[in-house]
Design a binder for this molecule. Structure first.
Ligand code: NDP
Length: 336
């Protein structure tokens, strides 16, 4: 096949916020399918906060991306060549092809998706990994139940927006924390949360009082730092704190800020537990079916922030850490 496959490779381990020089923008030949393989033309690349952690040479739940390797990322695209009987040309699939325009796979990591049921990019958003993170994190780790007050940070984002909506479906109250009045308005008026507080407002702490007057039964933490401490101080008896992420800490050049108010876990007989969505890989089918059903019933609203052009990857990625993304951040990398 003619044409080139544009790619972003990791050139250096970032210190603090990633810089342009941490990336190498390059191109290779478009791959061809060997025995049992398929070639996928990537339409959208998923930009996720976790990618920042994968750039560090540190022990984690998954090995780091190696220097010189294509940056790891979730993708959704279309099969353009197949030597695998499970896939036909034209099938739409999610996978982990990374920040590039074409990827090759033996098919084991690919999941077929239906572009007639939802826009393709939703399958790397609310109906994909972030949606599954919210679903398993809230229902299993958070053990949400009717009547709970669920507090979630990053409430306008990919995971947080789903957490609040699922909380409402489960009969809980949903209180969000987000940066800025526009995001808070959207979280309440469009997503149906009971309240959303702007954590950047000078009145943040006093604004929290009314919506949290009956305390917090589940705190779903996406941001860590001071906000985790503020939530810990407001826990109810037997509360559950779900450690999903800590985006406020990912670009630190100093040690991660730990919680000061952790003794409230003891006082309130509460539990704090971290999890990784990959723990639930065997239940992805069940989770995806449930999310798809709620979506088709009109119970879930999805929002993606779509930037275009693979060459814009470095600057688009940084939007996650400045809050410039409004909805699940994806990059359209296909050129036609
Ligand atoms: P989002 O779509 O929520 O985008 C990131 C948002 O984080 C920004 O828009 C911004 O929103 C907020 N943010 C950025 N910097 C800060 C800060 N310093 N303090 C507070 N908020 C900040 O991302 P995702 O939904 O994809 O991810 C949310 C979290 O979930 C991340 O921590 C991620 O690592 C984690 N995650 C964990 C998984 C797991 O398996 N455990 C799987 C997937 C995600 P605002 O404008 O409101 O500040």
């Amino acid at each position: 096949m003619s044409g080139k496959n544009k790619q972003y490779k990791l050139a250096a381990r970032p210190v603090g916020t990633p810089k342009d020089s941490d990336w190498e923008f390059t191109s290779s030949d478009i791959p061809t399918a060997g025995d049992g393989e398929v070639v996928v033309k990537v339409h959208y690349v998923s930009l996720d906060p976790a990618m920042r952690g994968w750039m560090n040479d540190a022990k984690s739940y998954i090995p780091p991306v190696g220097l010189g390797e294509v940056m790891r990322a979730g993708t959704v695209g279309e099969v353009i060549e197949s030597n695998n009987p499970a896939f036909s040309v034209g099938d739409c699939v999610t996978g982990y092809h990374g920040v590039q325009q074409y990827g090759k796979s033996d098919g084991k990591d690919l999941v077929k998706v239906d572009p007639n049921l939802a826009p393709l990019q939703s399958y790397i958003g609310g109906l994909g990994m972030p949606g599954l993170t919210a679903y398993f994190g809230l229902t299993d780790v958070g053990a949400v139940k009717e009547g709970d007050t669920v507090l979630v940070s990053g409430a306008a984002g990919a995971v947080g927006s789903m957490v609040g909506q699922i909380a409402k479906i489960k009969g809980a109250r949903a209180v969000g924390l987000a940066g800025g009045a526009d995001k808070c308005k959207y979280v309440v008026e469009e997503l149906g949360f009971d309240a959303c507080i702007d954590y950047k407002s000078p009145n943040f702490l006093s604004d929290l009082k009314e919506p949290l007057k009956s305390g917090v039964d589940v705190y779903f933490d996406n941001v860590g730092g001071d906000i985790l401490d503020i939530a810990l101080a407001r826990l109810n008896r037997h509360a559950r704190v779900v450690i999903c992420g800590a985006i406020s800490q990912y670009n630190n050049t100093t040690p991660v800020q730990g919680p000061v108010n952790y003794l409230n876990l003891l006082v309130q007989h509460a539990r704090m537990e971290g999890f990784v969505v990959f723990d639930y890989v065997k239940q992805y089918g069940e989770g995806s079916m449930q999310l798809g059903k709620w979506y088709s019933e009109g119970k879930l609203k999805l929002k993606e922030h779509i930037d275009e052009g693979i060459e814009n990857f470095p600057s688009t990625f940084l939007k996650l850490f400045t809050g410039e993304n409004f909805g699940k951040l994806v990059l359209k990398v296909s050129e036609d």
